[in-house]
Design a protein around this ligand. Structure first.
Ligand SMILES: NC(=O)c1ccc[n+]([C@@H]2O[C@H](COP(=O)([O-])OP(=O)(O)OC[C@H]3O[C@@H](n4cnc5c(N)ncnc54)[C@H](OP(=O)(O)O)[C@@H]3O)[C@@H](O)[C@H]2O)c1
Length: 287
């Protein structure tokens, strides 16, 4: 997500500073550990920062279930966003924060989730992300929280890149069809956030918003589409149930996000999921 923010902001009239806990090869990066409030305050003061877009998190959903990791996951997903919110509140700035569809899923339902629906996370990742949202709200900062889902891009490890590789190399593959949601091309979300900031659309409109691509699918159908677009015709892809893949965490069976609010408030045009998937795969195949 952070890499896509770099791309969409490159011609901005505003100055963007990109931070990470480690140096990124070939990319100008300011080192910042967002679990340290004083380090955030220093970068904000030294650079006259007026807004922060937080793309950092603990994102290993299975790994978050390790009881020994709980304190660290909570620190990164709940305390760190609070630190960023405090730093922005102190200078009357804006915090943009990315959250997740995994704040839902604990109760069975089959209608798209709205922003004001009660959070019912099924695991530690979703629970700590929900704590992060609450911590931001408690500070009284001006904030935009975007809950998104099934993120992929040309960068890092993600489902699209994994399935492009597996459907090219394996004769057979089983993928779960009983988890339903919507993929999101991180570039699309980054472009929407950039538009909202660059054109000051956030003024008077702070709050929680849902953003994924348009449409609904299962991981099985997502994989079939990845294989088709990539031209991987020789892999026999079969649907299976989630219990065939034992996991330390129960994932949401239905986490489709209702995006009416983001579209009506900001006039955002959201691409259909297969259109964006084609763009990303084309870029990956050109690289
Ligand atoms: N991926 C998904 O499917 C998905 C779905 C819904 C919502 N989201 C949310 O979307 C956001 C972006 O996700 P993503 O997939 O782009 O995540 P990602 O690829 O895992 O990137 C997270 C980044 O945070 C950095 N980070 C870790 N600890 C840090 C610290 N203490 N201080 C500063 N940075 C730190 C990581 O650095 P290292 O790599 O060096 O650890 C990494 O660069 C997250 O908030 C996530 O919860 C993701």
């Amino acid at each position: 997500m952070g890499n896509e923010m770099r791309i969409v902001t490159k011609d901005s009239k505003d100055k963007y500073i990109f931070t990470d806990v480690v140096e990124i090869e070939g990319q100008e990066t300011t080192i910042l550990d967002i679990t340290c409030l004083d380090a955030i305050r220093k970068i904000v003061a030294d650079n006259d920062v007026t807004a922060i877009i937080n793309c950092a998190a603990w994102t290993n959903v299975d790994g978050a279930e390790d009881p020994e990791k709980y304190a660290l996951v909570e620190k990164l997903n709940a305390t760190a966003p609070e630190n960023l919110a405090i730093a922005m509140k102190e200078i009357n700035g804006l915090l943009v924060h990315i959250s997740t569809d995994y704040v839902f899923g604990g109760e069975p339902y089959n209608t798209p989730c709205k922003e004001d629906q009660k959070g019912t996370p099924t695991g530690v990742y979703g629970l700590t992300k929900l704590h992060g949202e609450h911590n931001i709200q408690k500070t009284g900062v001006e904030y935009l929280i975007f809950r998104t889902a099934w993120l992929y891009s040309e960068f890092g490890k993600n489902f699209v890149k994994t399935m492009m590789n597996l459907t090219a190399t394996k004769p057979q593959l089983k993928v779960v069809f009983d988890q339903v949601g919507t993929p999101t091309y991180a570039y699309d979300l980054a472009a929407a956030i950039f538009d909202i900031i660059e054109n000051r659309k956030f003024e008077g409109n702070t709050g929680v918003y849902h953003y994924s691509n348009e449409g609904v699918t299962s991981w099985y159908d997502f994989t079939k589409m990845i294989a088709e677009i990539s031209g991987n015709k020789n892999c026999d892809i079969q649907p299976c149930h989630s219990d065939e893949f034992p996991s330390p965490v129960k994932r949401p069976a239905f986490s489709v996000l209702d995006k009416t609010k983001v579209k009506e408030t900001f006039g955002v045009k959201i691409p259909y999921w297969t259109d964006s998937l084609k763009k990303c795969i084309n870029n990956l195949m050109k690289a």
